[in-house]
Design a protein around this ligand. Structure first.
Ligand code: FMN
Length: 322
C-alpha cells in the first residue's frame, strides 16, 4: 500500500476557509491556514480570528511570531480547531523577518526549539516549516534538528533560500537529506505543479508529506490526480462541465465567506482556473471588472456552454498515462 499524503500548503491571502474546504473535498489530505499572527490571536483581533478553521477536520493552523510564551498562549487558544500547530520559520518577506518572525527564526535555532517546546507543553502536536536557510547560512539540517529536539514530529522544507523568495528552481535534495538524517517526518515543498511533480517529489525525496502550493490555485483536481497517477499509473482531467461547476461552487463559497468582497477575492482564483482554456482572454478581462454575482455566472454559463457543446471527442477529458 503506497502512502502518499498530500497537503494544501499554507498561502497568505489564498488558503482561506473556502479554498481549504474545497481542496479537502477534492482529495487534499491536509489543508493549512495561511500564517496567523500569535500576537493577533492573543489580542483577539477580529480579522485574525476570522482566519481560523471553522467546521473543518483536515485543517492545520500555521502560526507566526517569535515569543515562546505567546506561541503557547495562542496554541492553547486555537488547538481545538486544528489537527496540530505548524510554526512558520520560512516566510521570507522583509516586513515579517525584520520583526524576528518567519525565516529569521532560522538564524536562531535555539529559540525555534523553545517555541516548539512551549507549544508541545500545551498538549498539541507541532510541525515546523523551514527553507534551505539564508544564502550565507544554509543551516536547514541544524534547524530541523533543533525543531526535532523541541518535540516537533514533522519538518517541512521549501527548497529555496530566503533570498530566493519564490524565484529560481526549488531544490528537493534538502528534503531527502532531512529524511536520511532525522527520525521525524519530513514534508517537501517547492515547484510541485502537476501530478507528475507530486509523484517525482515523493519518489526522489521519500518525504512523508507532499505540499502543493501555487499548483493548487485554479487546479484543486491535482490532489486526486496525483493519487491516481501514483496508484493506477494514470489520471484524468476534468471535463469542461466539471470545471464550470467547481468554479461556480468555489465562487459561491468565497461569497458566503467574505460577503460582497468574495467576488474580488475570487478573481485571483478565476484567472488560474481559466489558464490554458481556449478564447478566454476577453472573458478574463470582463470578469476582472464585474462586481455582480448573477452577471458573472451568466458569463461563465455562456462561455462554458459553448465549450461543453463541442466537447465530444474530449479536448480536456480523457486519460493520461503516467
Ligand atoms: C501567495 C503565497 C503565499 C504564501 N504564504 C505562505 C504562508 O503564509 N506560510 C508558509 O509557510 N508558506 C507560504 N507560502 C509558501 C508556500 O506554502 C510554498 O512553500 C511555496 O510557494 C513553494 O511551493 P510552490 O513552488 O509549489 O508554490 C506562500 C506562497 C505563496 C505563493
Amino acid at each position: 500500500m503506497i502512502l502518499l499524503i498530500t497537503a494544501l500548503s499554507p498561502m497568505a491571502g489564498v488558503t482561506d476557509r473556502s479554498f481549504r474546504k474545497l481542496c479537502a473535498s477534492m482529495g487534499a489530505d491536509l489543508t493549512f491556514t495561511e500564517m496567523i499572527s500569535v500576537n493577533g490571536l492573543v489580542r483577539k483581533n477580529r480579522k485574525t480570528i476570522a482566519m481560523l478553521p471553522e467546521g473543518e477536520d483536515k485543517s492545520v493552523i500555521q502560526l507566526f511570531g517569535n515569543d515562546p510564551v505567546i506561541f503557547a498562549k495562542a496554541a492553547e487558544q486555537v488547538k481545538d480547531k486544528s489537527l496540530w500547530i505548524d510554526v512558520n520559520a520560512a516566510c521570507p518577506v522583509h516586513k515579517v523577518t525584520k520583526r524576528g518572525y518567519g525565516s529569521s527564526l532560522m538564524r536562531k535555532p535555539e529559540l525555534l526549539r523553545d517555541i516548539v517546546k512551549a507549544i508541545v507543553s500545551t498538549g498539541s502536536k507541532v510541525s515546523v516549516k523551514i527553507r534551505i536557510g539564508w544564502e550565507d547560512q544554509k543551516n536547514f539540517l541544524d534547524v530541523a534538528k533543533a525543531a526535532a529536539e523541541g518535540g516537533a514530529f514533522l519538518v517541512t522544507i521549501h527548497g529555496r533560500t530566503v533570498e530566493q523568495l519564490y524565484a529560481g528552481k526549488a531544490d528537493w535534495t534538502p528534503a531527502k537529506i532531512l529524511k536520511e538524517n532525522l527520525k521525524i517526518k519530513v514534508g517537501v515543498s517547492g515547484d510541485i505543479f502537476s501530478p507528475y511533480d507530486v509523484v517525482n517529489a515523493y519518489r526522489e525525496t521519500n518525504a512523508d508529506y507532499i505540499f502543493i502550493a501555487r499548483g493548487a490555485i485554479g487546479n484543486p483536481w491535482i490532489f486526486k490526480q496525483s493519487k491516481d497517477l501514483l496508484e493506477k499509473g494514470e489520471f484524468s482531467y476534468p471535463s469542461f462541465e466539471e470545471k464550470r461547476d467547481i468554479i461556480k461552487k468555489h465562487l459561491e463559497m468565497e461569497i458566503l465567506e467574505h460577503d460582497f468582497r468574495g467576488i474580488m477575492i475570487f478573481r485571483k482564483f478565476f484567472v488560474r482556473y481559466m489558464k490554458n482554456l481556449p478564447d478566454s482572454h476577453d472573458l478574463k478581462e470582463k470578469i476582472m471588472r464585474i462586481t455582480d454575482r448573477d452577471e458573472l455566472e451568466d458569463l461563465l454559463d455562456s462561455y462554458f456552454g459553448k465549450l461543453i457543446s463541442c466537447e465530444q471527442g474530449g479536448v480536456e477529458g480523457g486519460n493520461t498515462k503516467g
